[in-house]
Design a protein around this ligand. Sequence first.
Ligand SMILES: Nc1ncnc2c1ncn2[C@@H]1O[C@H](COP(=O)(O)OP(=O)(O)OP(=O)(O)O)[C@@H](O)[C@H]1O
Length: 552
Amino acid sequence: MIALWTRLGRPFRGRIALAFLLATAGGAMAALLLGVSGWFLTASAIAGAAGSAYAFNHLYPSATVRGTAMGRILARYGEQLVGHDATLRLSARLRRHLFEAEARARAGLARPASDSLAVFLDDVHLAEGALLRLWLPAASAAAASLIALVFAGLAGWVPLAVVAGGLALALATGRFGIAEQRRIDARLQTLNDRYRREAASLVENRVELEALGRFGDAAAALGSLSAETAGQALAAGRRTRLAGAFIAMLGGLSATLAVMLGSGATVPLLAGTALSVLAAHQSLAIALGALTAYPATELALLRLNTRIAAPPAIAEPADPAPAPGTILPVRTRQLQIGFPGAAPLCEVPDLDLAAGSVTEITGPSGCGKTTLLETLARLRPPPGGALDYAGIEAADLRAAAIRQHTGFAPQMPDTMRGTLADALRLAQPDADDARLLEACRTALFMPVVTRSPEGLYQSLEEGGSNLSGGELRRLAIARAILRGPELVLLDEPFAGLDAPMRETLAANLGAWARGHAAAIVLATHIPAAGLWPGLTYRQVPLTLSSKRHTSG
Ligand SMILES: Nc1ncnc2c1ncn2[C@@H]1O[C@H](COP(=O)(O)OP(=O)(O)OP(=O)(O)O)[C@@H](O)[C@H]1O
């Protein structure tokens, strides 16, 4: 927790310290309230029985009881208020840092697996609750225990030893509970991981499973896995409740022993000691119940720390060159492309991408066409060779400065839920409708826009699932050219198009590139030199590297 908090820049120190202070005060007041009440009621009763009720000054003790009762309520209320406030602020900062770190560390455009996303969200949830659920109750229990020890100390050495022993045994039970939970978690985690993976895959592959008539079986299998996981979690919960009951019972036992063995102390003091001990054990039992979530939280914090500290996919220069006004020409020399920890996919023929040019990257499936486009968009570092933009080495420029001049339409585009206009404006938030329509016309996306009276404001489902594959690709092309980038990277833009549509789309994009002095690079299985009049045309074939299969 401290490591993660330090990584976040130790924010909201004052608020967090105040939440701890209030939790400590709340715990102390709860034990004090019971202790003083026990002492006061017993002393009053004894005084009354002895017929000296009027001689007994009850004003100070009763004021203390009322004061601690009020103080306890205020401290608990304040702890909740300040603790929640600190947690919400911490969460906002944690999420921003995590999402930024994720975005920096992720190379290329591939989607993260859904199960890794589920683990990530669970981890964030656990980390966010750590302060409220674990640390504040622990602080409160520690303060209550201290007050019980003070009462016992006033009652004499023997009660002090008994109470200290009871508290030590309760703590040992807590430690044992955590160790046991760690063991259970390891077992539960295997089940949970399997459940998450299978649930994510069921949702992701629902359409295929339905088409193959296998959805019902898969859902039933997931249902029994879910029941098994829930059963294990319930069994773990039973053990926690048992440990809590044991701690409460220990409280009763050490309170009784303290009273029985504290012969040197006054009866009211012994009564106060007994009640404060019960309060301390109750706080400890609550804290222990929460602390059984400690192993899972510890693991979540470790994973989140690792994510935040993950090195960026593209290392940013320590002393970056000023953002260039233009990135063309883009030049590569003996550029290699590939993935970290694996042999380069291939060496790319040298490229000189100038304004008004079109370069078709061709080659067999899997040779690295997409990987090359991602490398040119600075989404992925090249394992070797030279890559520069307008004469500046890529490594000396911020990736964002390059991407600002780049438009990328991936082979399998993704969109968020919203409207067509929302999806387009991700590229250029201030673009007006006329500009959106112009991009849609160039990308042959108008048939989709005009088929609904809502036009650009018709709804778009998550992942573009209410568009066909070809329509989604053309939406991505419209988005890629919307802000007038200098370098346009198109992955299989013609896939699924018939010859006349392919010609029209190429003619539109060619005219657009001439008008905007842009360089187009496209990965394609269907090269067509004749489609690009008025542009400098080059076809660049990639070949499968023989090294890939023998090294890496
Ligand atoms: N994250 C990854 N880690 C390791 N290898 C990968 C990863 N992603 C893709 N590959 C492999 O890299 C190779 C190149 O993939 P790429 O998508 O660039 O090929 P492509 O030429 O665009 O293929 P296609 O024409 O089928 O779209 C493939 O063999 C692929 O299996």
